[in-house]
Design a protein around this ligand. Structure first.
Ligand code: SF4
Length: 221
């Protein structure tokens, strides 16, 4: 059995976090919903609590226990989102599905996306694109915006973007170590020393390179 076929018997979905009033994950005021489960293990990952589809517990430095994630039904997710629809409507925002990899459990994402569509809530997704496009084409077709998180750019990836995305834009997300504490809390091995945050000058020079190719970099920070 593939991990992506594992689902709780009671049809709940492991939601790692629901972050409301988010302005960094698309247009307007949004709720970013982090769904647990990811097929990748990026060494720079700042959300290791989302790798497997179960809630995770750990201790903060002061000793207080913290739990990431809870099992929710689609109705429970929608009930919480319903309290924020006025902000989506007034700001041109909506819901952004994130993770983990939101497409890791396509059945879960499909159910959530359909429920939001029924309520007229605009939707975006943040994805690694590491999923079966034929199996998930109906989900992608219901979304207003796809943030394709490209881990390593090369000619093949560039071709994929050109073939699958209309009006692509590029946002550079410099490496950061905001998730360092989570590895400690969860007793997980981390690889933070392998990387360093690029300087503002380095990011600016890369943005200039993108601009020179005729693409305007965007930023939601
Ligand atoms: S795809 Fe995202 S959630 Fe998954 S390991 Fe990589 S950075 Fe972490």
């Amino acid at each position: 059995m593939r991990l992506s076929e594992v689902r709780p018997e009671d049809d709940t979905i492991c939601v790692s976090q629901m972050q409301h009033f988010s302005v960094n994950d698309g247009e307007g005021i949004r709720s970013t919903v982090f769904l647990s489960g990811c097929p990748l293990r990026c060494r720079w990952c700042c959300n290791p609590e989302t790798w497997t589809p179960t809630p995770k517990s750990g201790r903060l430095p002061g000793g207080k226990e913290e739990t990431f994630g809870r099992f929710l039904t689609v109705d429970e997710v929608m009930k919480e989102l319903a309290r924020h629809t006025i902000f989506y409507r007034e700001s041109g925002g909506g819901v952004t599905w994130s993770g983990g990899e939101p497409f890791f459990f396509p059945g879960n994402l499909r159910a959530l996306v359909r429920a939001c569509e029924d309520r007229g809530i605009p939707q975006a997704v943040e994805t690694t694109c590491h999923f079966d496009w034929d199996e998930c084409a109906d989900i992608v077709g219901r979304l207003d915006f796809v943030f394709a998180d490209i881990k390593h750019m090369d000619g093949g990836v560039a071709r994929f973007v050109r073939e699958h995305f209309r009006r692509p834009k590029i946002e550079l997300l410099p490496y950061h170590d905001f998730g360092r504490m989570k590895y400690r809390m969860l007793g997980m091995e981390s690889f933070w020393t392998d990387f360093e945050t690029p300087s503002k000058e380095r990011v600016a020079s890369l943005e200039a390179l993108i601009r020179s190719e005729g693409v305007e970099p965007v930023g939601y920070r």
